[in-house]
Design a protein around this ligand. Structure first.
Ligand SMILES: Cc1cc2nc3c(=O)[nH]c(=O)nc-3n(C[C@H](O)[C@H](O)[C@H](O)COP(=O)(O)OP(=O)(O)OC[C@H]3O[C@@H](n4cnc5c(N)ncnc54)[C@H](O)[C@@H]3O)c2cc1C
Length: 281
């Protein structure tokens, strides 16, 4: 199907883009890489009357190191993250998104604003305790990852607010692992797990963070598994014991690929593998 008719604008500043979204209400949509929005429009599940293309707005692209963290422009593509291994787990996760064509178009801002719990980067933002900067008609604000994702395809961004940049802590001395299970290569994750581990001097687990993809209506933290591993030995027995709790409190959606129980099983297995990877086992 082709989308219904719509108007198109390509403003040259963030303020202008926000103004267009504000003046046109819920019928106006920002357009970034278009790789989530355009498929929805073709299926007529989204019917915006105005697309506000963000591509010509300066300052929304690129990756910079700043104050012990990373500042990533909202229009930075998955392919750019993939080509920046210094970003650690964010780069690894981006390299596993779909195929190169999708990665050449899709953007980090679009992925986070879309709020799809099956997407890879939302759980990475959550595990890293990152934040987004959002520009609206009333000015700019920061939204912590824990406050961004509210429900399936629903974030705390207002319809006239735009993500301008993403902030990630560098976590240079942490190990990381990323595990994504797909039925076919380059598919969406049936389940994905992002694990970060900080080792104490004696080799035990000083701190740990685990983000889960596609285990509920939003990305989730595996808090019970984190608590079970913190302060414990980072050996295969301790990790396996903690990973057994990875699905606690989750309500994964059953779909054509898997039952909810199978997804819980996957979460436990993938958490063990991601933690082992992060711990360097
Ligand atoms: C075949 C295929 C396979 C895919 N597989 C995966 C996968 O395995 N893993 C994965 O994570 N993703 C996958 N994706 C999705 C892909 O990563 C998308 O690019 C991404 O989800 C959306 O980014 P975008 O830049 O294309 O956003 P768009 O489609 O342009 O926009 C998505 C939504 O976000 C809004 N938006 C965009 N930018 C901003 C902004 N700066 N501020 C506020 N709102 C904004 C738009 O209005 C729209 O509602 C796949 C897509 C396709 C087509």
């Amino acid at each position: 199907m082709i989308p219904t008719g719509f108007d198109y604008e390509a403003p040259s500043s963030l303020e202008e883009a926000v103004r267009m979204l504000h003046e046109n209400g819920e019928d106006a949509k920002a357009l970034a890489g278009g790789h989530s929005l355009l498929p929805l429009m073709k299926l007529r599940l989204a019917v915006p009357t105005l697309l506000v293309d963000l591509r010509r707005i300066p300052g929304l692209h690129g990756i910079q190191r700043e104050n012990g963290g990373w500042r990533i422009g909202a229009m930075t593509r998955h392919a750019d993250l993939q080509d920046a291994p210094e970003l650690g787990v964010a780069s690894r996760a981006a390299s596993l998104i779909a195929d190169q064509q999708v990665r050449n178009r899709g953007t980090i801002g679009g992925s986070l604003a879309h709020g799809d719990p099956a997407s890879d980067l939302p759980a990475v933002l959550l595990a890293l305790d990152g934040e987004v900067r959002a520009q609206g008609p009333g000015g700019e604000r920061s939204i912590a990852a824990a406050d961004l994702f509210e429900d399936y395809l629903t974030t705390s961004l207002a319809h006239d607010e735009l993500i301008s940049e993403v902030r990630l802590p560098a976590l240079d001395d942490w190990g990381f692992g990323y595990q994504k299970f797909t039925r076919r290569a380059e598919d969406w994750a049936m389940v994905g797990v992002c694990a970060l581990v900080r080792k104490a001097a004696d080799g035990s687990c000083e701190d740990v963070r685990i983000g889960l993809t596609h285990m509920g209506s939003t990305p989730l933290r595996a808090s019970a598994a984190e608590a079970a591993l913190r302060g414990q030995g980072l050996d295969s027995t301790g990790i396996a014991r903690a990973a057994e709790q990875a699905a606690e409190g989750t309500e994964p959606p059953a779909d054509l690929n898997a039952t909810a129980d199978y997804k819980r099983h996957l979460a436990r297995v993938l958490t063990r593998r991601a933690l082992e990877e992060a711990a360097g086992l």
